[in-house]
Design a protein around this ligand. Structure first.
Ligand code: ADP
Ligand code: MG
Length: 175
């Protein structure tokens, strides 16, 4: 199903990042707030900061090893550290449709209990579970090339979003 929060303002939060480090920090904060089994759909143009966000999330989960766009592999598995959550990092840019994703059996990862993050999730939107947390990064202002508008939408999770908004505004990261 495709996820559209535009009708439910409380299920949507808009944040701004001024630098790659801030976007990574948002990922880092998310790692501490997300329950196992969360599926995160990421959208935004090339260079929007999807992989930067994934890198911060991986760091927050305590994953070892480099995080890059898994362009040639579709999914990179980062095993859980003791007591932690595994991280499954997808880049589905090369897939044509949700059917391609399902035919490859990749939806099986959604039920493994780790955190799934999918770059270019919109390309396979009908294959995403209804519980998907959707994040869209947009280069919002041509005068400020490092500024990103980050829209976070999680249907039915307004309290969680409110908490994230508070934590983000409390985080002193040089905004
Ligand atoms: P994507 O995975 O969406 O293609 P990347 O995370 O690989 O994007 O790259 C983002 C690029 O944009 C990097 O070169 C990064 O340095 C730059 N950048 C500039 N400002 C930001 C920002 N606020 N957040 C994330 N990346 C930024
Ligand atoms: Mg990328």
């Amino acid at each position: 199903m495709s996820i559209d929060c535009s009708q439910v303002a409380a299920d949507q939060l808009t944040l701004y990042s001024d630098s790659p480090e801030q976007t990574e920090h948002l990922g880092y904060l998310l790692a501490g707030l997300l329950p196992g089994g969360t599926v995160i759909g990421l959208d935004g143009d090339l260079g929007a900061g999807k992989t930067a966000l994934a890198r911060g999330l991986a760091a927050g989960l305590g994953c070892l090893g480099p995080v890059a766009s898994p362009t040639f592999t579709l999914v990179m598995e980062h095993p859980a550290r003791p007591g932690g959550l595994a991280f499954y990092h997808f880049d589905v840019y090369r897939l044509e449709s949700a059917d391609d994703f399902l035919d490859l059996g990749l939806d099986e990862y959604f039920d493994r209990g780790g955190i799934c993050m999918l770059e270019w999730a919109g390309r396979i939107a009908p294959a995403l579970p209804p519980r998907t947390l959707q994040i869209t990064l947009v280069q919002a202002d041509s005068q400020h090339p490092d500024l990103r508008q980050i829209t976070i939408c999680w249907p039915g999770q307004s309290a969680w979003l409110h908490n994230l908004e508070r934590i983000w505004s409390d985080a002193d990261i040089g905004l």
